[in-house]
Design a binder for this molecule. Structure first.
Ligand code: A3P
Length: 298
């Protein structure tokens, strides 16, 4: 059993399974309470690198890729520092203080919907990478993952979780709103959209696209080394990346793990025909107006 350090006891005492609803979006109790102050007060710097995602989209994967691009394929950093300390969570209670202590160029991560993100991002030259994933696979991944997280509502029934996901009654709210919001940034030169599916299909091309965007020209050997350390198996085996070091008061490791299957299309093993049709109906309605074929799963 991992106990929190004494300084964190008050924070830990405040953890609960109840979500805090802000402007219609449910947040976990690990999220700072004053999101408005974060939105208005945090100053994004031009040299910052930020990865953003809706939970379960492959956030840890993109973080690992960016970490290894930064070290030009040298694995020592990803093998010695846990992922959440390499790239700090902006919305965590201690996030800003920790980020302010980082030297330039800073590297941080967020699950915030666009409307909660510090507005200074939109006038800065900071590089922002947003990873998207088929929401059906996100639903399945989240169903399994949130059972392990002690601040998330425990939903044992897949049917119930399915409905909650469609209603946006899950941590960080509606996938449709999250993606719809961040897609507004498409076309800006300091924004990169990457899909889990394209990374899965051709990781080399995905890593090259990310390193080009970050302005880091990797040698063939450096690229090979990045690729070697971002495979599903390498990350599953890396305790700095697989969440096995997340303290027991946050995660019940007996109920599952972060690196679950790492595949595309697992939703087909979970959805009934009726659920497939119901999901498609909501998807068509909510995503109407987006370019057909924008996402690899469309
Ligand atoms: P599954 O639950 O479908 O296996 P996040 O980091 O946003 O919480 O996303 C976690 C999901 O990304 C999990 O999906 C996990 O297995 C998958 N993932 C993480 N690293 C991966 C990798 N290197 N290759 C493929 N999938 C990966």
């Amino acid at each position: 059993m991992t106990e929190p350090e004494p300084g964190r006891l008050a924070w830990v005492a405040g953890l609960s399974r109840d979500y805090t609803w802000v402007e219609g979006v449910p947040f976990l109790s690990t999220t700072r309470g004053d999101l408005g102050a974060l939105r208005d007060g945090f100053v994004v710097r031009d040299r910052d690198v930020v990865t953003v995602s809706y939970p379960k989209s492959g956030s840890t994967w993109i973080l690992e890729i960016v970490s290894l691009v930064r070290t030009r394929g040298d694995p020592r950093w990803v093998q010695s520092v846990v992922s959440w300390e390499r790239s700090l969570w902006l919305e965590k209670a201690t996030g800003v203080a920790d980020i302010e202590r980082q030297g330039d160029p800073r590297f941080y991560t967020s699950h915030l919907p666009l409307q909660f993100f510090p507005t200074s991002l939109f006038t800065s030259k900071a590089k922002c990478i947003y990873i998207v994933r088929n929401p059906r696979d996100i639903l399945v991944s989240g169903y399994h993952f949130w059972k392990t997280i002690k601040m998330a509502k425990c939903t044992e029934s897949f049917e119930v979780y399915f409905e909650k996901f469609l209603q946006g009654d899950v941590p960080f709210g509606s996938w449709f709103n999250h993606v719809g919001g961040w897609l507004q940034m498409r076309g800006k030169e300091n924004f990169l959209f990457v899909s889990y599916e394209e990374l899965h299909q051709d990781t080399r091309a995905g890593v090259e696209k990310i390193s080009r965007f970050l302005g880091t020209e990797l040698s063939p050997e450096e690229l090979d080394s990045v690729l070697q350390h971002v495979t599903f198996q390498a990350m599953k085996d890396n305790k700095m990346s697989n969440f096995s070091l997340l303290p027991d008061f946050l995660m019940d490791h007996s109920k599952g793990c972060l690196m679950r299957k790492g595949i595309t299309g697992d939703w087909k093993n979970h959805f009934t025909v009726a659920q497939t049709e119901a999901f498609d109906r909501v998807y068509r309605e909510k995503m109407a107006g987006l370019l057909p074929g924008l996402f690899p799963w469309d």
